[in-house]
Design a protein around this ligand. Sequence first.
Ligand SMILES: Cc1ncc(COP(=O)(O)O)c(C=O)c1O
Length: 459
Amino acid sequence: MKTIIEPFRIKTVEPIRMTTIEERRQLIKQADYNLFSLKSEDVLIDLLTDSGTSAMSTGQWSALMKGDESYAGSPSYYHFTAAVRDLMPFKHVIPTHQGRAAEHILTSIVADGHGQGKIVPNNTHFDTTRANFEDAGIEAQDLVIAEGLDTALEHPFKGNMDLDRLEKLLAEQADNIPMVETTITNNAGGGQPVSMANIRGTKAICDKYGKPLIIDSARFAENAYFIKLREEGYADTTVKEIVREMFSYADGMTMSAKKDTFSNMGGWLALNDDEWAEKARTRLIMTEGFPTYGGLTGRDMECMAVGLKEIVNEDYLQYRIRSIQYINNGLDALGVPVMKPAGGHAIFIDAKKMLPHIQPLQYPGQSLAIALYVQGGIRTAEIGTFMFGRQPDGSEKPAPMELVRLAMPRRVYTQAHADYIIECFEELRNNIAEVPGMEIAWEPSSLRHFTAKLKPLSM
Ligand SMILES: Cc1ncc(COP(=O)(O)O)c(C=O)c1O
């Protein structure tokens, strides 16, 4: 059969409140042209993020009732750690309330009170990962391969680390590098996968210089499925086996369980090193909670345990990857400049190409995201100069790419929603030259895209 069906039925539905273009024009103005400031009930299709927005399964909802809320030693903690270790056999598994809490704890360990002068390389740091390191004075360097920065170029593993640059950096600065990180899939770089060979190669360089490799793992199952589809030698390997191999090369992981465990909340930090784990647990008690709950309820941990089993189901992963490709192909056929090939969790539009009349420092990605909301009530996220342009020294410079991300929540939207999204772009395309650039009216000192206020520039 050519048609891949959604491998689930819908038992509970959430109504969508319909709005008109005129209403949305007013609503986005009231939200100071920041999509994070919209009320979600004013959104028709919410593609702001795939984080914490999954539809949970009957298995997960029923597991919630098994949640044991004991302060210490809850059986839910043991169910959770067993499920993690079944896929990622790390010695220490430390629950946190979400991914950035794990990042924060890890940063405090590697900064060790004096981050200045230290460097952490990554294929591409995600915004919270970068912000955590920079806040501690650590330089966050992105070393993705050059192909990963060319949105139109077809390459099976555009998330790969540039191993030559990594080796050069370590050869020159080994004393200043406390750890190396790789992000699977590479969210800020278009949800593009990292190959097994690249993870293995990264580990070999880390071993040569005695540095730990940490995997930022939010979309590990999508990454593993791409390896199965695209990397020689893995077609007959199960996704579960691929996941175990990926993590066998790492010394630890940070995890946002709000993605590839279908949970609405949760995360963890896993480590092999006893000394780092001890420091992490001490910090965890100060900031998150006791080590057997780490800021989570017992029911959250039960939910993650079930989600970890469901996420490696290959029927699900086939549907997931194909449904993203469906929208990507539909937009490509319209001539919309999409990132190719399609990533694992989102469709990425190259706003620099779609709105060539808007300069990077006038935030073309934000302009496109606003126009999409007004056109069809679709909420997306800018990943470009609005998100990354402000430098730690206060200056502003264009980001390497001006992307708009349509992140698809897991198991939430149907094919009719997908067709509607494609149709919105078709309508928008006709008036694209009239979409104005933006300027910032107010911004906070860091992570400005979440709360800044903007204004359209007059054309
Ligand atoms: C690659 C990556 N790392 C870390 C995070 C942070 O996780 P959380 O949102 O759970 O704090 C995210 C969230 O989007 C992510 O995509």
